[in-house]
Design a protein. Structure first.
Length: 213
């Protein structure tokens, strides 16, 4: 088998995988945490064993969906952090970007963060097993952004990781509570969370030659 043929096969497999993930997304948007492997296979027009063949197991499909949505969310968060605005405004835009994402697709959010609600625990959708790595990844990504943009002194790397994971934890916990109870407007929540963050973050200097935060 030559390189061109192998590449064509890989491209075809990648395209088919994307199509299956899009089918899974449609089911998740409809059923939320209740999305089942049977429903996803039916939506894709295949049998469940074929779905397993592409993703290894039920957890593999969940992980692929989590990566798909986390990648998109991280791209949006980076864009908000790098927007041409004052730092306080960028902080608020970043918080608002996260809250807007979970508000716009609450069924996807619940599937990723509360899959056991759907009653399909036996299908391998374990919230602790899958959501914790997702949040850790977001924390590490945000820590890298903070370290690149702010001069936090000689212990900057450690402090950036503390802040990155702390901010992600705060956004997740506050957003989860807000999405369930809606005690205030999204704008009010953004402003309140930004107030909480604003102490040392406001006083930190930008790194010389960097884009700032």
């Amino acid at each position: 088998m030559d390189t061109t043929q192998r590449t064509d096969q890989e491209r075809s497999a990648d395209r088919r995988r994307r199509e299956l993930l899009e089918a899974a997304d449609r089911v998740v948007l409809r059923d939320g945490p209740g999305a089942s492997m049977n429903a996803i296979a039916a939506e894709a027009g295949i049998t469940k064993p074929i779905l397993y063949r592409h993703f290894g197991d039920k957890g593999g499909l969940y992980a692929a969906l989590a990566k798909r949505h986390t990648d998109a969310l991280l791209d949006s968060l980076r864009a908000a952090l790098d927007a041409p605005a004052e730092r306080r405004e960028r902080v608020e835009q970043t918080l608002d970007t996260y809250l807007t994402a979970i508000e716009a697709r609450p069924q996807v959010y619940r599937f990723l963060m509360h899959p056991a609600e759907g009653g399909h625990q036996g299908e391998g959708f374990d919230v602790g097993k899958h959501s914790a790595p997702l949040l850790r990844r977001m924390g590490e990504e945000l820590a890298q952004v903070i370290e690149e943009r702010l001069d936090l002194g000689p212990d900057g790397e450690r402090l950036a990781r503390v802040w990155g994971h702390g901010i992600v934890g705060m956004m997740h916990a506050a957003g989860d509570w807000w999405l369930g109870e809606r005690p205030c407007s999204r704008r009010e929540l953004v402003r309140s969370l930004a107030d909480l963050l604003w102490g040392r973050l406001a006083a930190a200097g930008d790194k010389v030659g960097g884009p700032g935060f």
